[in-house]
Write a protein that binds this ligand. Structure first.
Ligand SMILES: Cc1ncc(COP(=O)(O)O)c(C=O)c1O
Length: 419
């Protein structure tokens, strides 16, 4: 385990307490070490194999492909390197739609599709999935967005879909189902094997967004029975701007069309000069994510549970968003999402400014009028409840001292706002 990562931030020199690991994670120093040679002396293009520098870059990429494949139980030839989970999901969704239209034979129940088909997804997916599907809708495809179990009724696991709902909305032209493994806001883990059985019985393809899962729970594309799966290196202590798409080639091979055209890299599925240092970093990060997984799960989960206990001790009327923390296997061990009644999350974040505490609120901060999170709304929270929410994401670098300090900062902020 690398040494201390707490470091001064900002002009005030306050110590950063980074609890926003669903957004991005710190580059592991061991990953940086693996990347550095490929950013300095070894700068060959992995496509230029007419000389030694190109060939060594190609070998480094192929080694990283093996590491990434091993981390998810895939074969190296099933890995396509991309710029992140957004691009991977776009390639999976738009590429399978393009192929379904071109061949007209991939419809559900083995039926021919028309030029337009039907896609099923879930209301709580990330925009990397929702938006390309919305694009398909504009092109004339039909889309079903499944609801999830609500916080209020909780008949089932909050945030999970009900498989009978999925069964009921299948059509003879359904060619793709896109459902994430673990949610980036409430950490809920979907029952992908049961979903896959339903999708495959009806002849559809299943894309699984695994961006938040790797490094936080075991991920095996075969156990999941995924046809396509997306990953982003910076979610598991690798560099930003690099990702991977798993495209099944064993048993029932999946065929998709490219969405980026050019030099024909990545078996023609993703043209463009490969980001060698980034890919090497992703491979090393994937290796590290599997190496210590069970230990890290136990360690991170204990700290997350402490965080929740301490928050409840210090703050009145605080409640949990999403599934129960002790529902083993249905919530990421590093995730906590809470609602502080009557307190606006953005105003609360503003009180942390000098304390260097990084967490995120239940509303998107990209506009002047922050939109409440679509995930929190989908589990039944109203706008005010969503705005009163905070999301925490812990990592292998989180320490107990940081948890204690974070709770003190948050409790002081809540007291200030309520006072
Ligand atoms: C579940 C999920 N999918 C996809 C993405 C997109 O990843 P990237 O921004 O690295 O492309 C994210 C990032 O937040 C995510 O959490």
């Amino acid at each position: 385990m690398p040494a201390d990562i707490r470091r001064p931030i900002g002009e005030c020199g306050a110590v950063a307490i980074y609890l926003d690991n669903h957004s991005t994670t710190r580059l592991d120093p061991r990953v940086l070490d693996a990347m550095l040679p490929w950013l300095t002396d070894h700068y060959g293009n992995a496509g230029s194999v007419t000389h030694e520098m190109g060939r060594e870059a190609r070998e480094a990429v192929e080694h990283a492909r093996e590491l990434m494949a091993a981390a998810i139980g895939a074969s190296p030839r099933e890995i396509v390197f991309t710029s992140g989970a957004t691009e991977s999901a776009n390639l999976a969704i738009l590429g399978s739609a393009s192929r379904a239209c071109a061949t007209g034979v991939t419809g559900g129940f083995g039926q021919p599709t028309q030029m337009q088909g039907h896609v099923i997804t879930v209301a709580t997916e990330h925009h990397a999935v929702l938006d390309p599907i919305e694009h398909l809708e504009r092109l004339g495809h039909a889309v079903t967005r499944l609801p999830v179990v609500l916080q209020a009724d909780a008949a089932g696991v909050v945030g999970r879909i009900r498989v009978p709902d999925l069964e009921a909305c299948f059509r003879c032209d359904t060619f793709l189902v896109a459902i994430m493994l673990a949610n980036n806001e409430i950490g809920v883990v979907q029952d992908i094997p049961a979903i896959a059985a339903c999708v495959h019985a009806r002849g559809g393809l299943l894309h699984v967004d695994c961006a938040q899962a790797i490094g936080r729970m075991p991920v095996s594309v075969n156990d999941l029975s995924a046809d396509l799966a997306s990953f982003s290196s910076h979610k598991f202590h690798g560099p930003q701007g690099v990702g991977a798409l798993y495209v099944r080639r064993q048993k029932r091979a999946v065929r998709i069309d490219p969405i980026v055209f050019g030099g024909g890299q990545e078996r023609g599925l993703r043209s463009g000069t490969l980001n060698v240092s980034g890919i090497v970093g992703m491979g090393e990060a994937a290796r590290l994510a599997s190496e210590n997984l069970q230990h890290e799960i136990v360690q991170v989960r204990a700290m997350r549970d402490d965080l929740w206990r301490l928050l409840r001790e210090r703050i009145d009327t605080i409640s949990l968003n999403g599934p129960a923390l002790d529902d083993l296997g249905v919530r990421l061990p590093n995730n906590l999402n809470v609602q502080v009644a009557g307190v606006d999350g953005h105003s609360l974040l503003a009180t942390f400014a000098g304390a260097g505490l990084a967490v995120s609120s239940g509303s998107a901060c990209s506009s002047e009028n922050p939109r409440p999170s679509h995930v929190l709304r989908a589990i039944g929270l109203n706008d005010d409840e969503a705005r009163a929410s905070l999301r925490f994401g812990l990592s292998r670098f989180t320490t107990r001292e940081e948890i204690v300090e974070a709770v003190a900062v948050i409790a002081a902020g809540v007291a200030r706002l309520r006072g």
